[in-house]
Design a protein around this ligand. Structure first.
Ligand code: G3I
Length: 326
Protein backbone atom coordinates (compact mmCIF):
# COMPACT_ATOMS: atom_id res chain seq x y z
CA UNK A 1 0.00 0.00 0.00
CA UNK A 2 1.22 3.48 -0.85
CA UNK A 3 0.38 4.66 2.67
CA UNK A 4 2.53 2.20 4.59
CA UNK A 5 4.58 5.09 5.98
CA UNK A 6 2.90 7.33 8.58
CA UNK A 7 0.69 10.17 7.32
CA UNK A 8 0.50 13.44 9.26
CA UNK A 9 -2.96 14.02 10.75
CA UNK A 10 -4.42 17.46 11.36
CA UNK A 11 -7.51 19.47 12.10
CA UNK A 12 -8.98 22.88 11.51
CA UNK A 13 -9.24 25.08 14.61
CA UNK A 14 -12.33 27.28 15.04
CA UNK A 15 -11.38 30.32 17.09
CA UNK A 16 -14.49 30.40 19.32
CA UNK A 17 -14.01 26.82 20.52
CA UNK A 18 -10.25 27.31 20.60
CA UNK A 19 -10.60 30.25 22.99
CA UNK A 20 -13.55 28.96 24.99
CA UNK A 21 -13.02 25.23 25.49
CA UNK A 22 -9.78 23.91 27.05
CA UNK A 23 -10.71 20.36 25.94
CA UNK A 24 -10.61 21.64 22.34
CA UNK A 25 -6.98 22.68 22.65
CA UNK A 26 -6.12 19.45 24.47
CA UNK A 27 -7.67 17.46 21.61
CA UNK A 28 -5.66 19.43 19.05
CA UNK A 29 -2.50 18.67 21.03
CA UNK A 30 -3.31 14.99 21.40
CA UNK A 31 -4.63 14.05 17.96
CA UNK A 32 -2.93 16.49 15.55
CA UNK A 33 0.43 16.91 13.85
CA UNK A 34 -0.99 19.80 11.78
CA UNK A 35 -3.28 22.72 12.63
CA UNK A 36 -5.11 25.01 10.20
CA UNK A 37 -7.05 28.11 11.32
CA UNK A 38 -10.59 27.34 10.17
CA UNK A 39 -11.62 30.95 9.54
CA UNK A 40 -8.98 33.34 10.80
CA UNK A 41 -6.89 33.52 7.64
CA UNK A 42 -9.87 34.28 5.43
CA UNK A 43 -10.41 37.77 4.03
CA UNK A 44 -13.46 38.45 6.23
CA UNK A 45 -11.39 37.77 9.35
CA UNK A 46 -8.24 39.61 8.25
CA UNK A 47 -9.56 42.56 6.31
CA UNK A 48 -12.48 44.27 8.08
CA UNK A 49 -11.34 47.55 6.47
CA UNK A 50 -9.59 47.99 3.16
CA UNK A 51 -6.58 49.68 4.77
CA UNK A 52 -5.66 47.24 7.49
CA UNK A 53 -5.10 43.63 8.51
CA UNK A 54 -6.36 42.07 11.76
CA UNK A 55 -4.15 39.06 12.50
CA UNK A 56 -5.30 38.55 16.11
CA UNK A 57 -7.12 35.26 15.63
CA UNK A 58 -4.62 33.80 13.20
CA UNK A 59 -1.67 34.80 15.39
CA UNK A 60 -3.26 33.05 18.38
CA UNK A 61 -3.67 29.75 16.54
CA UNK A 62 -0.26 30.02 14.88
CA UNK A 63 1.38 30.66 18.26
CA UNK A 64 -0.42 27.63 19.75
CA UNK A 65 0.73 25.41 16.87
CA UNK A 66 4.33 26.59 17.15
CA UNK A 67 4.33 26.22 20.96
CA UNK A 68 3.12 22.63 20.58
CA UNK A 69 5.29 21.55 17.66
CA UNK A 70 2.45 21.36 15.16
CA UNK A 71 2.85 22.08 11.46
CA UNK A 72 0.60 24.78 10.00
CA UNK A 73 -1.57 25.03 6.91
CA UNK A 74 -2.90 28.40 5.74
CA UNK A 75 -6.48 28.59 4.50
CA UNK A 76 -7.01 30.51 2.15
CA UNK A 77 -5.46 33.31 0.10
CA UNK A 78 -8.20 33.52 -2.52
CA UNK A 79 -11.83 32.43 -2.21
CA UNK A 80 -15.10 33.75 -3.59
CA UNK A 81 -16.72 33.57 -0.12
CA UNK A 82 -15.95 34.91 3.37
CA UNK A 83 -15.10 38.30 1.86
CA UNK A 84 -15.55 41.67 3.60
CA UNK A 85 -18.13 43.99 2.01
CA UNK A 86 -15.52 46.39 0.56
CA UNK A 87 -14.22 43.68 -1.78
CA UNK A 88 -17.59 43.71 -3.53
CA UNK A 89 -17.13 47.43 -4.19
CA UNK A 90 -14.10 46.88 -6.45
CA UNK A 91 -14.91 47.60 -10.07
CA UNK A 92 -11.78 47.36 -12.20
CA UNK A 93 -9.22 44.73 -13.10
CA UNK A 94 -6.36 46.94 -11.97
CA UNK A 95 -7.95 47.46 -8.56
CA UNK A 96 -8.68 43.76 -8.07
CA UNK A 97 -5.16 42.77 -9.06
CA UNK A 98 -3.62 45.40 -6.81
CA UNK A 99 -5.69 44.29 -3.79
CA UNK A 100 -5.19 40.57 -4.41
CA UNK A 101 -1.41 40.90 -4.83
CA UNK A 102 -1.06 43.17 -1.80
CA UNK A 103 -3.17 40.83 0.37
CA UNK A 104 -1.14 37.76 -0.54
CA UNK A 105 2.18 39.60 -0.13
CA UNK A 106 1.31 40.89 3.35
CA UNK A 107 -0.24 37.66 4.63
CA UNK A 108 2.30 35.19 3.20
CA UNK A 109 5.22 37.41 4.22
CA UNK A 110 3.96 37.58 7.82
CA UNK A 111 4.00 33.80 8.16
CA UNK A 112 6.96 33.10 5.90
CA UNK A 113 8.80 30.02 7.12
CA UNK A 114 6.05 29.39 9.70
CA UNK A 115 3.00 28.37 7.62
CA UNK A 116 4.50 25.64 5.46
CA UNK A 117 1.53 25.03 3.17
CA UNK A 118 -1.08 27.38 1.73
CA UNK A 119 -4.46 26.75 0.16
CA UNK A 120 -3.57 29.43 -2.36
CA UNK A 121 -7.00 29.24 -3.97
CA UNK A 122 -10.14 27.62 -2.62
CA UNK A 123 -13.15 26.44 -4.67
CA UNK A 124 -12.35 28.21 -7.94
CA UNK A 125 -13.92 25.38 -9.98
CA UNK A 126 -17.57 25.82 -10.88
CA UNK A 127 -19.80 23.25 -9.13
CA UNK A 128 -20.82 21.74 -12.47
CA UNK A 129 -17.89 22.53 -14.80
CA UNK A 130 -19.44 20.72 -17.77
CA UNK A 131 -21.41 23.81 -18.79
CA UNK A 132 -19.83 27.15 -19.67
CA UNK A 133 -16.21 26.79 -18.64
CA UNK A 134 -14.45 25.65 -15.49
CA UNK A 135 -14.45 28.80 -13.38
CA UNK A 136 -16.77 29.57 -10.50
CA UNK A 137 -18.22 33.06 -10.90
CA UNK A 138 -16.51 34.93 -8.05
CA UNK A 139 -15.48 38.58 -7.78
CA UNK A 140 -11.95 37.47 -8.70
CA UNK A 141 -13.03 35.58 -11.81
CA UNK A 142 -15.36 38.45 -12.72
CA UNK A 143 -12.68 41.15 -12.56
CA UNK A 144 -9.53 39.20 -13.44
CA UNK A 145 -10.78 36.25 -15.51
CA UNK A 146 -8.96 32.88 -15.41
CA UNK A 147 -5.70 34.70 -14.61
CA UNK A 148 -6.90 35.19 -11.02
CA UNK A 149 -5.54 31.72 -10.20
CA UNK A 150 -2.13 32.38 -11.80
CA UNK A 151 -1.79 35.75 -10.07
CA UNK A 152 -2.47 34.12 -6.71
CA UNK A 153 0.03 31.29 -7.19
CA UNK A 154 2.76 33.53 -8.67
CA UNK A 155 2.41 36.05 -5.84
CA UNK A 156 2.47 33.41 -3.11
CA UNK A 157 5.50 31.69 -4.67
CA UNK A 158 7.40 34.97 -5.03
CA UNK A 159 6.61 35.96 -1.44
CA UNK A 160 7.58 32.64 0.17
CA UNK A 161 9.51 30.46 -2.29
CA UNK A 162 9.71 27.67 0.29
CA UNK A 163 5.97 27.39 0.94
CA UNK A 164 4.06 24.48 -0.56
CA UNK A 165 1.24 25.84 -2.70
CA UNK A 166 -2.05 23.95 -3.01
CA UNK A 167 -5.18 24.25 -5.14
CA UNK A 168 -8.03 23.30 -2.79
CA UNK A 169 -11.50 22.17 -3.85
CA UNK A 170 -14.36 19.77 -3.14
CA UNK A 171 -16.65 17.14 -4.69
CA UNK A 172 -13.97 14.95 -6.25
CA UNK A 173 -14.72 11.82 -4.26
CA UNK A 174 -18.08 10.32 -5.10
CA UNK A 175 -19.34 8.15 -7.90
CA UNK A 176 -21.18 10.73 -9.97
CA UNK A 177 -20.70 12.63 -13.25
CA UNK A 178 -20.06 15.89 -11.45
CA UNK A 179 -17.16 14.55 -9.43
CA UNK A 180 -15.60 12.96 -12.51
CA UNK A 181 -15.88 16.25 -14.44
CA UNK A 182 -14.37 18.17 -11.52
CA UNK A 183 -11.43 15.79 -11.30
CA UNK A 184 -10.73 16.34 -15.00
CA UNK A 185 -10.98 20.13 -14.66
CA UNK A 186 -8.74 20.19 -11.58
CA UNK A 187 -6.09 18.20 -13.44
CA UNK A 188 -6.34 20.56 -16.40
CA UNK A 189 -5.86 23.63 -14.20
CA UNK A 190 -2.84 22.05 -12.50
CA UNK A 191 -1.38 21.05 -15.88
CA UNK A 192 -1.78 24.58 -17.27
CA UNK A 193 -0.11 26.12 -14.23
CA UNK A 194 2.74 23.64 -14.56
CA UNK A 195 3.07 24.32 -18.33
CA UNK A 196 3.39 28.04 -17.57
CA UNK A 197 6.08 27.35 -15.00
CA UNK A 198 3.88 28.64 -12.21
CA UNK A 199 4.76 26.91 -8.90
CA UNK A 200 2.06 24.56 -7.61
CA UNK A 201 2.89 21.65 -5.31
CA UNK A 202 -0.34 19.97 -4.38
CA UNK A 203 -4.04 19.35 -4.91
CA UNK A 204 -6.20 19.66 -1.81
CA UNK A 205 -9.28 17.43 -1.69
CA UNK A 206 -11.61 18.84 0.94
CA UNK A 207 -13.43 15.47 1.21
CA UNK A 208 -16.67 16.56 2.86
CA UNK A 209 -18.16 13.09 2.30
CA UNK A 210 -21.93 12.55 2.07
CA UNK A 211 -22.84 9.44 4.11
CA UNK A 212 -25.44 8.25 1.61
CA UNK A 213 -23.08 8.31 -1.36
CA UNK A 214 -20.42 5.85 -2.52
CA UNK A 215 -16.77 6.56 -3.19
CA UNK A 216 -15.60 6.33 -6.80
CA UNK A 217 -12.64 4.08 -6.03
CA UNK A 218 -11.50 3.60 -9.64
CA UNK A 219 -12.00 7.28 -10.44
CA UNK A 220 -10.02 8.35 -7.39
CA UNK A 221 -7.19 5.93 -8.12
CA UNK A 222 -6.91 7.27 -11.69
CA UNK A 223 -7.00 10.82 -10.32
CA UNK A 224 -4.20 10.01 -7.86
CA UNK A 225 -2.07 8.47 -10.60
CA UNK A 226 -2.64 11.47 -12.89
CA UNK A 227 -1.69 13.90 -10.11
CA UNK A 228 1.36 11.80 -9.35
CA UNK A 229 2.37 11.93 -13.03
CA UNK A 230 2.26 15.73 -12.74
CA UNK A 231 4.55 15.51 -9.72
CA UNK A 232 1.84 16.90 -7.44
CA UNK A 233 1.20 15.97 -3.83
CA UNK A 234 -2.29 15.16 -2.65
CA UNK A 235 -3.66 16.47 0.65
CA UNK A 236 -6.96 15.64 2.32
CA UNK A 237 -7.81 19.06 3.68
CA UNK A 238 -11.31 19.19 5.24
CA UNK A 239 -12.41 15.61 5.91
CA UNK A 240 -15.74 15.08 7.65
CA UNK A 241 -18.96 13.14 6.98
CA UNK A 242 -22.30 14.82 6.23
CA UNK A 243 -24.76 12.34 7.75
CA UNK A 244 -28.01 14.29 7.64
CA UNK A 245 -29.74 11.68 5.48
CA UNK A 246 -28.76 8.80 7.77
CA UNK A 247 -31.13 7.25 10.36
CA UNK A 248 -30.99 8.72 13.87
CA UNK A 249 -29.16 5.77 15.48
CA UNK A 250 -25.77 7.20 16.55
CA UNK A 251 -23.86 3.92 16.55
CA UNK A 252 -25.08 3.13 13.04
CA UNK A 253 -24.16 6.59 11.76
CA UNK A 254 -20.72 6.37 13.36
CA UNK A 255 -20.12 2.97 11.81
CA UNK A 256 -21.21 4.20 8.38
CA UNK A 257 -19.03 7.31 8.66
CA UNK A 258 -15.97 5.26 9.62
CA UNK A 259 -16.56 2.83 6.74
CA UNK A 260 -16.95 5.69 4.27
CA UNK A 261 -13.75 7.38 5.47
CA UNK A 262 -11.92 4.03 5.30
CA UNK A 263 -13.17 3.48 1.76
CA UNK A 264 -12.16 6.98 0.67
CA UNK A 265 -8.71 6.96 2.29
CA UNK A 266 -8.12 3.40 1.08
CA UNK A 267 -8.88 4.41 -2.51
CA UNK A 268 -6.52 7.39 -2.30
CA UNK A 269 -3.69 5.67 -0.43
CA UNK A 270 -3.77 2.55 -2.62
CA UNK A 271 -2.63 4.78 -5.51
CA UNK A 272 -0.74 7.61 -3.79
CA UNK A 273 0.26 8.36 -0.22
CA UNK A 274 -1.52 11.56 0.88
CA UNK A 275 0.82 14.28 2.20
CA UNK A 276 -1.60 14.94 5.06
CA UNK A 277 -5.08 14.05 6.29
CA UNK A 278 -6.81 17.05 7.88
CA UNK A 279 -10.31 16.88 9.36
CA UNK A 280 -12.51 19.95 9.47
CA UNK A 281 -12.58 20.02 13.25
CA UNK A 282 -12.19 17.17 15.75
CA UNK A 283 -15.39 17.01 17.80
CA UNK A 284 -19.05 16.90 16.82
CA UNK A 285 -19.60 19.64 19.40
CA UNK A 286 -18.29 22.23 16.93
CA UNK A 287 -18.94 21.59 13.26
CA UNK A 288 -20.29 23.54 10.31
CA UNK A 289 -22.16 20.38 9.22
CA UNK A 290 -25.00 20.58 11.73
CA UNK A 291 -25.65 24.24 11.00
CA UNK A 292 -25.52 23.79 7.23
CA UNK A 293 -27.28 20.42 7.03
CA UNK A 294 -29.75 20.36 9.94
CA UNK A 295 -31.42 16.98 10.47
CA UNK A 296 -35.23 16.85 10.45
CA UNK A 297 -35.14 14.89 13.70
CA UNK A 298 -33.01 17.61 15.31
CA UNK A 299 -30.33 15.07 16.21
CA UNK A 300 -26.81 16.45 16.29
CA UNK A 301 -24.66 15.81 13.22
CA UNK A 302 -21.88 13.28 13.81
CA UNK A 303 -19.29 14.33 11.17
CA UNK A 304 -16.00 14.10 13.07
CA UNK A 305 -13.65 11.62 14.83
CA UNK A 306 -14.70 12.61 18.40
CA UNK A 307 -18.25 12.91 19.69
CA UNK A 308 -19.62 16.07 21.37
CA UNK A 309 -18.01 14.96 24.67
CA UNK A 310 -14.64 14.33 23.02
CA UNK A 311 -15.07 10.54 23.13
CA UNK A 312 -13.38 8.71 20.24
CA UNK A 313 -15.65 7.28 17.56
CA UNK A 314 -14.82 4.48 15.08
CA UNK A 315 -13.62 7.10 12.55
CA UNK A 316 -10.72 7.97 14.86
CA UNK A 317 -9.34 4.43 14.68
CA UNK A 318 -9.36 4.64 10.87
CA UNK A 319 -7.39 7.91 10.96
CA UNK A 320 -4.98 6.72 13.64
CA UNK A 321 -3.98 3.76 11.43
CA UNK A 322 -2.72 6.29 8.86
CA UNK A 323 -0.98 8.35 11.53
CA UNK A 324 0.86 5.24 12.78
CA UNK A 325 1.51 3.90 9.30
CA UNK A 326 0.61 0.21 8.80
O1 G3I B 1 -17.24 34.08 15.18
C1 G3I B 1 -18.40 34.78 14.72
C2 G3I B 1 -19.25 35.17 15.89
O2 G3I B 1 -18.55 36.11 16.69
C3 G3I B 1 -20.56 35.81 15.37
O3 G3I B 1 -21.39 36.10 16.46
C4 G3I B 1 -21.23 34.81 14.44
C5 G3I B 1 -22.52 35.35 13.86
O4 G3I B 1 -22.22 36.27 12.83
O5 G3I B 1 -20.36 34.53 13.34
C6 G3I B 1 -19.18 33.87 13.81
O6 G3I B 1 -18.37 33.60 12.71
C7 G3I B 1 -18.89 32.55 11.90
C8 G3I B 1 -17.82 31.46 11.85
O7 G3I B 1 -18.12 30.46 10.88
C9 G3I B 1 -17.72 30.82 13.26
O8 G3I B 1 -17.34 29.52 13.18
C10 G3I B 1 -19.15 33.14 10.52
O9 G3I B 1 -20.27 33.99 10.58
C11 G3I B 1 -19.43 32.01 9.53
O10 G3I B 1 -19.51 32.54 8.21
C12 G3I B 1 -18.26 31.01 9.57
O11 G3I B 1 -18.55 29.95 8.69
C13 G3I B 1 -17.40 29.24 8.24
C14 G3I B 1 -17.52 29.09 6.71
O12 G3I B 1 -16.45 28.27 6.22
C15 G3I B 1 -17.44 30.45 6.00
O13 G3I B 1 -16.18 31.01 6.23
C16 G3I B 1 -17.38 27.86 8.91
O14 G3I B 1 -17.10 28.03 10.31
C17 G3I B 1 -16.30 26.99 8.28
O15 G3I B 1 -16.36 25.67 8.79
C18 G3I B 1 -16.49 26.93 6.76
O16 G3I B 1 -15.45 26.20 6.22
C19 G3I B 1 -15.49 26.03 4.79
C20 G3I B 1 -14.05 26.10 4.26
O17 G3I B 1 -13.49 27.36 4.62
C21 G3I B 1 -14.02 25.87 2.76
N1 G3I B 1 -14.65 24.59 2.41
C22 G3I B 1 -16.02 24.46 2.91
C23 G3I B 1 -16.06 24.63 4.44
C24 G3I B 1 -17.47 24.43 4.98
O18 G3I B 1 -18.30 25.44 4.50
Amino acid sequence: RAASRPVALGSAAEIGAFRGDPRYREALKRYCDIVVPMNDLKWDALRHERAGFDFAGADEIVAFAEANGKALRGHTLLWGEALPPWVGEMTTRAEAERELVRHIEVVVDRYKGRIATWDVVNEVIKYDPTSGGPWRDTVWQHLLGPEHVEIAFRTAARTDPKARLVLNDFHFEERDAGAAARRAVALDICRRLRDKGIPIHGLGMQAHLYAERTIDIDGLQRFMRDLDALGLDVEITELDVIDWKMPADAALRDKRAAALVASFLGAVASAKRPKAIVTWGLTDRYSWVGETFPRKDGARARPLPLDADYRPKPMLAVLERYRRGT
